[in-house]
Design a protein around this ligand. Structure first.
Ligand SMILES: [Mg+2]
Length: 224
């Protein structure tokens, strides 16, 4: 048995422009200084309350709740007009199609996105059936807490030794390693390669075509 978990934003789908725009609108709307694109990019992958609290440099739960609600309303308002701005990264679809044909292999999602957004985006790309386990902050602590990994492993019956997370941020790598699983970093996302390695990534890939080999290597599978 093999369990391959995927992060969404920055790993499977390219949502940086959309998210940083919504972040800026959220802060401006609250009369706060809007974070720059680079600052927003750093927190993509965390749950909304954690990400917005970090950007606001505040732990005022009232303020954070208002920002979360505002962000969600910007997001909802844009869902129709922004269709097509949440594209899969090059090679992602082909890689998923290859991996789901691997024997005794299951795919899952571990994301900072809410479950509704996950269903919508997977549906948009016609890949909802590819994933047997969907882990979100609706039922788990935010990354880098390992809760999403533990729950995915328990749902699928995979052990930590059989499990790998593929992600673009240190939050993914730290989550995977904390759960005792392997972690493959992708270099096309929102954190730098050097920090992903420092966080403990077992491998870094620069294109989806290299994912299969990286999984075999980190899980120590034979090339059969
Ligand atoms: Mg990500």
């Amino acid at each position: 048995m093999i369990l391959v978990m995927f992060d969404m934003d920055g790993t499977l789908i390219d949502t940086q422009a959309l998210i940083t725009e919504h972040m800026a609108a959220t802060f401006s709307g609250a009369g706060l200084e809007a974070p720059g694109p680079e600052e927003s990019r750093r927190v993509i992958g965390l749950s909304l309350p954690v990400a917005l609290g970090r950007l606001a440099k505040s732990d005022d739960t009232g303020l954070i709740e208002r920002l979360v609600e505002s962000y969600k309303s910007h997001y909802r308002a844009s869902v129709v007009t922004d269709e097509g701005r949440e594209g899969l990264f090059p090679g992602a679809l082909a890689a998923l199609e290859r991996l789901r044909l691997w024997p005794d292999t299951q795919l899952g999602i571990a994301t900072g996105k809410g479950l509704n957004g996950v269903h919508r985006i997977l549906g948009l790309h016609g890949i909802e059936d590819y994933f047997v386990t969907l882990q979100t902050p609706d039922h788990n602590p935010s990354k880098p807490h390992p809760g999403m990994m533990y729950r995915a492993m328990s749902e699928t019956g995979a052990t930590a030794e059989q499990t790998v997370i593929v992600g673009d941020t240190t939050f993914d790598i730290e989550m995977g390693k904390a759960a005792g699983a392997k972690a493959i970093a992708v270099s096309w996302g929102y954190h730098e390669t050097a920090e992903l390695l420092e966080a403990g990534a077992d491998a870094v890939i620069d294109r989806y075509e290299d994912l299969d080999a990286a999984i075999r290597t980190v899980l120590e599978l034979s090339d059969a």
